[in-house]
Design a protein around this ligand. Structure first.
Ligand code: 5AD
Ligand code: SF4
Length: 469
């Protein structure tokens, strides 16, 4: 049993990060024979991509995928810890799985991902959810074959969670959800320690992948027919800072652009590390998409300071204007938290003021959720939930107005859309995204899926556009 420890997860060691290569031992390859698996994923793109790795590892072990949890032999929840409601959903789901396990005791049930990295969660599992079979964290997905093997051999709960990050593991297999769009990790972890955020504890210290490994992955994807890659990291602008070579995010963007893959995106950016050379590279290469997700979190300097964000309202606006002026046709989205401890009505108005100035294409808005072990969880939270809900609603109304306003500019225009699949709203439509990340429903036949096509926008809504080829 290996249990995560809060105090250790905080530590940033000077240990050199090695890169190692994944290989599965032949002895694990028959474990999943005649068995099926079902994975439910919560949270961000990083988790979605981890699930793609987990699926491929399970298939190396001969498990086959099932889309029916009720029938699967192995059920895994890949969890998110970012806010309380993500937590609650997972514990709710565990209730359902327990019920299923009472009827079918041979099911293997497990938890992985960010919640598994939390000491409090693992304590709770050991107290109340002993019937679970496996628990592993974000640092050891590659150990899944061994963890499953131990559980099956010992017939008991196998908990294996490292408190701290280890090596970068290359060549973990991947079963991608899409044939056209791919997630590509460029770095793991985060060293920013924004005071509200659990990520630096659940994902460990910042570790950048070697540029040559990233470029090789993108080249292979291009050869396999992929049209788009999204470079993933918690704070991608800090890419390379931990490498021993002089190489940063602007170098990486340039080199990935030179692979000539059609579309390149990247998430998430922190305003602090967004350099002029990055802006130059993005504006220079046509295959780097003019779409930037630039989390604001708050417009009040007092709150930004309490959040440990390292920028001010003024410097954020300066960066925002620079990006808008230099990158043609750019769309910018953001994340905002309301109800952070000590946020007064004036502080909240500062946030609304930034939204009015930036007129974001869209924004993800959240009520502050205290996360155990983070500094903000200990700050005095004296705002009533009614007030927080009210602020969220007022913010959302403003955000929605600007989202619609931004979309209206597309009416009658021609845009390029990568057609990804059938639209969920109508089977006669396909869906895809513009270079600026606008969701478009297009009247087109299925054989066009996977193409980047010219679409004329015929109708606009707050969250999507309609168009025809
Ligand atoms: N409470 C509310 N929102 C949070 N986020 C991160 N941590 C918290 C928290 N404790 C939001 C931030 C971040 C996004 C991914 O989630 O806005 O950018
Ligand atoms: Fe969390 Fe992002 Fe801040 Fe890192 S930069 S601590 S992931 S909010």
């Amino acid at each position: 049993m290996l249990i995560p420890e809060k105090e250790k997860a905080k530590v940033r060691t000077k240990n050199k990060v090695k890169t190692v290569t994944y290989k599965i031992d032949d002895k694990y390859k028959s474990i999943g024979k005649n068995k099926s698996y079902f994975i439910k994923t919560y949270g961000c793109q990083m988790n979605v991509h981890d699930t793609e790795n987990i699926k491929a590892i399970l298939e190396q072990m001969n498990f086959r995928e099932s889309d029916d949890m009720e029938k699967a032999d192995l059920i895994l929840l890949n969890t998110c810890a970012i806010r309380e409601n993500a937590h609650n959903k997972v514990f709710g789901m565990l209730g359902r799985i327990k019920h299923m396990k009472e009827k079918r005791p041979n099911i293997i049930a497990g938890i992985c991902g960010c919640m598994a990295q939390e000491e409090g969660v693992v304590d709770e599992i050991l107290n109340k959810y002993k019937w679970l079979d496996i628990v592993f964290g974000t640092h050891n997905i590659h150990e899944l074959p061994m963890i499953l093997d131990e559980n099956i051999k010992n017939k008991s709960l196998e908990v294996r969670v490292y408190s701290c990050e280890g090596d970068i593991v290359e060549d973990i297999p991947v079963k991608r959800d899409s044939k056209y769009k791919a997630w590509v990790n460029i770095m793991y972890g985060c060293d920013k320690f924004c005071t509200y955020c659990i990520v630096p504890y659940t994902r460990g210290k910042q570790r950048s992948r070697n540029p040559k490994d990233i470029i090789r992955e993108v080249e292979k994807l291009k050869e396999a027919g992929y049209r788009e890659v999204t470079l993933l990291g918690q704070n991608v602008n800090a890419y390379g800072k931990d490498l021993e070579i002089d190489y940063d995010m602007s170098d990486l963007l340039r080199d990935v652009a030179n692979t000539k893959i059609d579309r390149i995106r990247f998430v998430t950016s922190h305003p602090w590390d967004f350099t002029d050379s990055m802006i130059d590279v993005i504006s220079k290469y046509n295959n780097i998409m003019p779409y930037i997700h630039l989390p604001l979190q708050s417009g009040s300097n007092k709150i930004l300071k309490l959040m440990g964000r390292r920028y001010t309202k003024e410097s954020y606006l300066e960066l925002f204007d620079k990006i808008k002026n230099k990158i043609k046709n750019v769309s910018i989205t953001t994340d905002i938290i309301v109800g952070f401890p000590c946020e007064s009505e004036e502080d909240f108005n500062e946030t609304l003021d930034v939204v009015k100035k930036c007129k974001y294409d869209s924004a993800f808005t959240f009520i502050f959720s205290p996360r155990e072990g983070t500094p903000a969880a200990k700050m005095k939270d004296d705002i009533s939930s009614k007030e927080k809900e009210d602020r969220l609603q007022r913010l959302n109304e403003l955000v929605n107005d600007y989202a619609l306003e931004a979309n209206k500019k597309y009416l009658g225009k021609r845009v390029k859309v990568l057609l990804e699949g059938e639209s969920t709203k109508d089977k006669n439509y396909l869906m895809g995204y513009t270079d600026t990340m606008k969701l478009v429903n297009v009247k087109a036949s299925k054989d066009m899926i996977g193409n980047i096509v010219d679409v004329k926008i015929t109708e606009v809504h707050t969250w999507s556009l309609d168009g025809e080829m």
